[in-house]
Design a protein around this ligand. Structure first.
Ligand code: NAP
Length: 253
């Protein structure tokens, strides 16, 4: 397999903790240099992830930006390209979950979830694409969720946002394949993170998730890192428009 002449450069959003942090460290181990994003309030934690990634030999850049704000996204991508010259891989990972039954779901919460999860994925992708097209190379990995396929009570807006990410990714793959760019989705299951704990607070709910998981354990953030690194790598050159469940066998396909 052809090896890249230079170290690859990846941009990971929502990288200060949880799945984003694990993916960042997985990419660092795989030899990527890293532009790591999170929202401004997570700056201290983000800087710490940069220190951890640098210990694996990665050049790092921490970028505070709200992925749902076009102006902040554009400035972030400009900073990455100024620092590294290009962006080979984009991991759209930043996301939020605000549980609420549909009957009392506040419009502001619907908008917030759609803005970060769906519009954020679109805005960062759109800002990065010209730089990938100029290089005729790119790997885009969008973190959706089995919630976008299966769903769970009090997560209708989250499910809708993740279904949007999957639909967006399938069409994106068709549009940018001609430019040497792949676009794929990962659908994590129940992963033990700050967000994942929202699904696990009630012991009976936790036991129920374990019962329906073929591997009979909850996921760890590192469980998502391996598939993300694969899809971000040269090894995944002929994989595009796909959605891969990383859920221990909750959803079988
Ligand atoms: P997490 O621990 O809550 O981490 C998400 C990070 O994204 C947080 O640091 C969060 O900051 C940040 N973020 C929120 N809004 C942002 C914005 N507008 N711009 C930039 N960063 C923002 O979540 P996680 O569990 O690692 O989830 C990562 C991704 O996996 C999400 O897309 C999530 O939907 C998906 N996922 C998670 C699970 C699971 O069980 N954990 C399952 C399926 C899919 P704040 O906390 O300060 O808002």
């Amino acid at each position: 397999m052809k090896q890249p002449q230079e170290r690859r450069v990846a941009l990971v959003t929502g990288a200060s903790r949880g799945i984003g942090r694990a993916i960042a460290l997985g990419l660092a181990t795989a030899g990527f240099d890293l532009a790591l994003n999170d929202i401004a309030r997570q700056r201290t934690a983000l800087d710490q992830v940069c220190v951890e990634a640098a210990a694996h030999g990665s050049k790092t850049l921490a970028l505070a930006a709200d992925v749902s704000r076009r102006d902040e996204v554009q400035a972030m991508v400009t900073d990455v390209v100024t620092a590294f010259g290009r962006i080979d891989a984009l991991i759209n990972n930043a996301g939020i979950l605000i549980p609420s039954p549909v009957v009392s779901l506040a419009e502001v919460d619907w908008d917030a979830v759609m803005d970060v999860n769906a519009k954020g994925t679109f805005l960062v992708t759109q800002a990065v694409l010209p730089h990938m097209r100029a290089c005729k190379y790119g790997r885009i990995v969008n973190i959706a969720s089995i919630g976008g396929k299966h769903g769970a009570p009090e997560q209708a807006h989250y499910s809708a946002s993740k279904a949007a990410v999957m639909g967006f990714t399938r069409v994106l793959a068709q549009e940018v394949g001609v430019n040497g760019i792949t676009a794929n989705c990962l659908c994590p299951g129940i992963i033990v993170t700050e967000m994942g704990r929202t699904n696990l607070a009630d012991p009976e709910t936790r036991a129920q998730w374990l019962r329906v998981t073929a591997l009979r354990r909850l996921g760890q953030p590192e469980d998502v890192a391996g598939p993300a690194v694969f899809l971000a790598s040269d090894a995944a050159a002929f994989v595009t428009g796909q959605t891969l469940n990383v859920c221990g066998g909750i959803v079988l396909s």
